[in-house]
Design a protein around this ligand. Structure first.
Ligand code: ADP
Length: 573
């Protein structure tokens, strides 16, 4: 083992290493692991840094910078980049949106496109709002249409059979506008456990609809094929249905379409109707976006935020993600063309809750919210500046002059720079809390592709040792419930800082999402995690608050409302 390897081995947690081995490290023709973690990071750094030579820059320093931020677990690109950079497949993006027009040809083209994207490790989002409703006439066959839901089932089944080479199951977002006549069926679609398992569902709502809910007015269901009003109904009745289903099953969430399009710098080019699977990237049809996340837990030095280090990591992250656009091998020519016109990237964060804990700040308080805003504002401003610099050196993205950015900046390389991804896998590799979520539990088991991994939150363990209350017995006691709140011999302040997702009031979850959204030009992936006892009223308040606070979407999940969950409380269960 060389020195490089030793450093990485000491940084990776056992779970991080297991995950890399299971799904990321390259294998030979016999299926045997053929690279070490340091070689993975070297492969990725080399493939992505190589792009610099086409712009006349020296590759070596860039490669070393890229390697170092990854090997130090300070920045990681999204999973497809880690898996595929420098390989023949070479598909590097996590996020895609595909169009679905009202014809069999378009529907089945998208189905095929979806299969190629899933096979290469990406996730897909679709708006089904243009499809004529169930029972509507079909002229060519003199039959009747079967409606969006029946087609979604086919997309779902196709997703089941394409398992991304065994590395992960595909994921989709399905959107239907609230004024589509089949909206009732859409809302209740996941009540049956085995239905649309590979979809997250979001109802696309407009300001007009949300205002109609607030003021108890009617709204119209409109046939998208004819433009004719099918019927009028009370907005509140529809909202209640949404809330009831969300409380029972976790779906649907909402997408705030007007807010998304108001903030979209490319609104002159088209209207956004969908996002990628987890909601953090609203995209035009055929656009893709590659993501990367900074590990905020490592941006703390001596109890304070290390702004200089954060700045350098943002610069490296933007440079890296912009290079990914050129290094990428796109699954379809349409996607390559659209993506390269706007060059959207999504630099995000993980380990936010761990950062707060290291700073001694609770998540659910004004100081927690203020810290979120301060950090994300800094990241966005720095990322924009870096993108301007790249724009000056390498040219702005081709649609720059059609974007709203042209009035504020002299040049810009990317139509969007930042996002907040869930970092479901990345946070395990980096051994920190996911995205901007609070700690889920202080000890827990993760269910990753059928393997159960037990974890003690690393920052909690570090703090427990630092403040002298670490003991094996205590950890076992905490493992029973995953929580500190009933262990009274731990100082109250410490208990506050380590409040877990289900102990944090839902309003704080939404406020935190909104605080990040203020300084994010894509969107923010966040799940408002609620205890099992949460009510429909809680869901109603959360969805309304998200709209009022100008979030771009909202998803909430009541613990235990799905048979299969990714995260489970307790180290013993
Ligand atoms: P990771 O940590 O693996 O990089 P995230 O949890 O941050 O990924 O998810 C980011 C995006 O990656 C998702 O919104 C989705 O677009 C895509 N993605 C995540 N998991 C999957 C999956 N199993 N199949 C397809 N796409 C996925």
């Amino acid at each position: 083992m060389d020195k490089e390897d030793n450093t990485i081995e000491s940084k990776l947690s056992a779970n991080g290493k297991t995950l890399l081995e299971k799904r990321y490290l390259l294998r030979d023709a016999k299926g045997k692991i053929a690279e070490e973690p340091n070689e993975l990071f070297r492969r990725v750094a080399k493939a992505i840094a190589g792009v610099d030579s086409t712009y006349g820059y020296s590759v070596d320093k860039t490669e070393d910078d890229f390697y170092q931020v990854m090997a130090d677990l300070e920045f990681l690109p999204n999973s497809p980049t880690l898996m595929n950079a420098g390989t023949e497949l070479g598909q590097l993006s996590a996020c895609f949106v595909l169009p679905v027009e009202d014809s069999l040809k378009s529907i089945f083209k998208s189905l095929q496109d979806m299969s190629l994207i899933h096979q290469s490790g990406g996730g897909t989002g679709f708006s089904f709002s243009d499809l004529r409703p169930e029972g509507d006439p079909v002229r060519s066959t003199e039959g009747v249409a079967s409606g969006p839901l029946s087609f979604m089932t086919i997309f779902d089944k196709a997703t089941d059979v394409i398992k991304q080479g065994g590395r992960r199951r595909g994921a989709n977002m399905g959107v239907l506008r609230v004024d589509h006549p089949d909206i009732f069926k859409f809302i209740g679609a996941k009540k049956k456990e085995d239905m649309l398992r590979n979809f997250n569902l979001s109802v696309g709502v407009t300001d007009e609809f949300m205002e109609a809910v607030s003021q108890d007015r009617d709204y119209a269901l409109v046939n998208p094929r004819t433009g004719k009003v099918k019927k009028r109904l009370k907005a509140r009745d529809m909202f209640d249905r949404i809330v009831t289903c969300a409380c029972q099953t976790g779906d649907p969430g909402l997408l705030f379409l007007d807010e998304i399009n108001r903030k979209h710098p490319m609104s002159a080019i088209g209207t956004i109707e969908s996002t990628n699977p987890c909601g953090e990237v609203p995209l035009l049809p055929y656009e893709s976006c590659n993501l990367g996340s900074i590990n905020l837990a490592l941006m703390v030095k001596e109890g304070a935020i290390d702004w200089q280090k954060l700045k350098e990591t943002v610069d490296t992250g933007v440079h890296f993600l912009d290079n990914v656009i050129d290094a990428n091998k796109y699954p379809l020519p349409e996607i390559e063309q659209r993506t390269k016109q706007n060059r959207k990237i999504g630099l995000g964060v993980m380990g936010f809750a761990a950062m707060l804990a290291r700073l001694g700040i609770a998540y659910d308080c004004e100081e927690g919210i203020a810290t979120a805003e301060e950090v994300m504002k800094f990241i966005r401003e720095e990322a924009v500046q870096k993108s301007v610099e790249l724009g000056e050196q390498r040219g702005s993205f081709p649609n720059f002059h059609r974007s709203t950015l042209a009035k504020d900046y002299p040049a810009m390389r990317n139509a969007t720079v930042n996002t907040v991804a869930p970092t479901g896998s990345l946070s395990i590799i980096a051994n920190t809390t996911s995205g901007i979520e609070p700690m889920f539990a202080l000890t827990y088991q993760r269910n990753v592709m059928g393997t159960r991994l037990t974890e003690i939150d690393p920052v909690f363990e570090e703090m427990a040792r630092k403040h002298g209350f670490y003991s094996k017995h205590l950890m076992e006691e905490i493992a029973e419930t995953g929580s500190l709140q009933n262990i009274l011999n731990i100082p109250k302040e410490t208990r506050r800082v380590f409040a877990t997702a289900l102990e944090i009031k839902p309003q704080w979850h939404v406020r935190m999402q909104a605080a990040f959204q203020k300084h994010v030009d894509n969107a923010v992936a966040k799940t408002v995690n609620l205890p099992h006892e949460a009510t429909e009223e809680d869901f109603r308040e959360i969805y309304m608050l998200a709209y009022r606070l100008k979030c771009k979407g909202i998803a909430a999940y009541r613990y235990g409302s799905k048979a299969e969950q990714v995260l489970e409380i307790g180290g013993t269960g």
